[in-house]
Design a protein around this ligand. Structure first.
Ligand code: XMP
Length: 509
């Protein structure tokens, strides 16, 4: 993969946003933690230093050696980065008298500076720091100020080093993207050639080179990431890609058959494995959510391992890992401590000892979708809501029986189809139904009923970390509720979940 821009992460909550803004300019970039700077920088055309929760004056503050970077290539220092440069190069950084947080406006912009090309005076920027630069470093030239922050931006004379105390990457900095473009394109002259099409060409060539004539096994889930990974690998190595799609009996109604057919139509070498009975029998009588997850994880690994053994001489395991997972595992805070518990039991299964290939490891989720579109994958598949790995098991509160799965599949099907038919599906980030472990009294005809209650949940979100319930139209809810109660035997009451996350979660278990 081409290396264009290096982002050094000092632990800011906004570092990923910087990367996303850079990618939006069709420029490829990578994030590295400040304490793991690549030794070979020759392929990078510019470096960006991120913000940080630390104060440069703090004892544990990151103090990386930038001697191979500063003055040798274009450098943009954001917030902490700007203070770090000032503090160690003859400037002065001190606690600010006033809290410099939130919206501010540029009250001064130095004229004829490429960095501020097409940025107007009064442009809104987003500040988020408690220290401030009182005095610029040696060679510093002030480029911009706000009412409260005199040294909002500076450059260093004789270098292509720029520094800003505000955050250009956040939405509230209205010309932030323009400034990043000015720095990267006009000043650093980085090529804007990172497009879905160029990505596909490069990664296919890279995968061909890496895999040669060997065999690769990949688990398909019906989700966007594994599907796009499979189509890319199929393009690179064709029939040497062996896909396995496991039915755990907890998928949506008809999903196993429908998605398997779709995969076959895409020309993938895919084997569908119906292990529903095995999953459901192992889950029988279990009502604890975490135990359910562990059982499903373990059985999946066993089933997948059995299948992988049927493929002779397989060398690689492909995974649909995407960039946020990669960043998480090498983050400033150290590798993620959450190794899944079932991976520790009884050693690794054989397929997990294979060499790993991860064609999407450099992409954000929206980039995966765009690559999928370039590859001609159906919009419907690319636009699918997220669906949890343990499937309907965590939407059936309490223990799981085949009958409960059937009821929930029917309810979910009516809800999801209804959303699609009413043009609401794409307005919702995730939707589904939950089967509650209570019966309620109802009346149908002349008879009293005593049947199950289901809850419907539809949320809007960007990443699932926070979420809000969607204000679905009352007419729609009325129709769906009637349809569910009329058509799904065993259900006599429908409720709608109006809790946000936090404090609630999206799933009920
Ligand atoms: P919560 O319920 O934590 O869900 O607000 C956030 C997102 O994560 C999904 N989710 C899971 N996905 N395995 C998964 O693969 C799980 O065990 C799991 N639990 C929750 C959930 O559907 C939502 O998108």
């Amino acid at each position: 993969m081409q290396h264009n821009v290096l982002i050094l992460d000092f632990g800011s909550q906004y570092t990923q946003l910087i990367a996303r803004r850079v990618r939006e300019l069709n420029i490829f970039c990578e994030i590295f933690p400040y304490n793991n700077i690549p030794s070979d920088l020759s392929s990078y055309k510019a470096v960006i230093l991120s913000g940080s929760p630390f104060s440069v004056r703090g004892e544990d503050a990151p103090h990386p050696d930038l001697s191979q970077i500063r003055g040798k290539m274009p450098l943009l220092a954001v917030c902490y980065g700007a203070q770090y440069l000032a503090h160690f190069s003859g400037g002065e950084v001190a606690p600010s008298n006033i809290r410099e947080y939130g919206r501010a406006n540029l009250s001064y912009i130095k004229e004829e500076e490429l960095f501020f090309d097409d940025v107007n005076i009064n442009s809104q920027v987003w500040m988020s720091h408690s220290d401030t630069i009182k005095q610029l470093p040696t060679g510093g030239v002030r480029l911009a100020s706000t009412k409260d922050v005199e040294n909002a931006a500076y450059r260093i004379e004789g270098e292509t080093t720029y520094a800003i105390q505000f955050h250009p990457e956040v939405y509230h900095s209205e010309d932030g993207k323009q400034m990043l473009e000015n720095f990267l394109v006009k000043i650093a002259e980085v090529p804007q050639n990172f497009t879905p099409k160029s990505f596909v060409e490069e990664i296919v060539a890279e995968m061909k080179e890496k895999i040669q004539d060997e065999k690769v096994v990949l688990g398909l889930s019906g989700g966007v990431d594994s599907t796009v990974a499979a189509v890319l690998l199929n393009k690179a190595i064709g029939k040497n890609l062996y896909c396995i799609f496991v039915n755990n009996g907890l998928l949506r109604k008809n999903e196993f058959e429908n998605v398997l057919n779709q995969y076959k139509h895409m020309g993938l070498n895919v084997k569908g494995v119906d292990a529903s009975a095995r999953f459901l029998s192992e889950l029988a009588g279990v009502d604890d959510p975490e135990t359910k997850r562990k059982i499903i994880g373990r059985v999946f690994i066993e089933v997948f391992d059995d299948e992988a053994h049927h493929i002779e001489d397989v060398k690689f395991l492909a995974q649909g890992t995407i960039y946020p997972d990669v960043i998480e595992s090498v983050s400033v805070k150290g590798p993620s401590a959450t190794i899944k518990s079932h991976h520790n039991v009884g050693g690794l299964p054989d397929f997990m000892k294979l060499q790993i290939v991860e064609p999407l490891r450099m992409l954000f989720k929206d980039e995966v979708r765009r690559v999928g579109k370039t590859l001609g994958i159906d919009d419907e598949l690319l636009g699918r809501h997220p669906f949890p790995g343990p499937g309907l098991s965590i939407r059936i509160l309490g223990d799981i029986t085949p009958e409960k799965v059937r009821i929930l599949q029917e309810v979910d099907h009516i809800f999801i189809n209804g959303l699609k038919e009413h043009g609401l599906y794409d307005k919702v980030w995730q939707a589904g139904a939950i089967l509650l472990p209570v019966n309620s009294v109802g009346v149908m005809g002349d008879e009293r009923t005593y049947e199950k209650v289901v809850a419907l949940r539809a949320v809007e979100s960007t990443d699932g970390m926070t979420a809000d319930w969607v204000h679905l139209p009352y007419d729609f809810m009325m129709k769906i509720s009637n349809e569910i109660i009329n058509k799904v035997k065993g259900v006599n009451r429908v409720v709608y979940d109006i809790s946000s996350k936090p404090p609630a979660t999206i799933e009920w278990e």
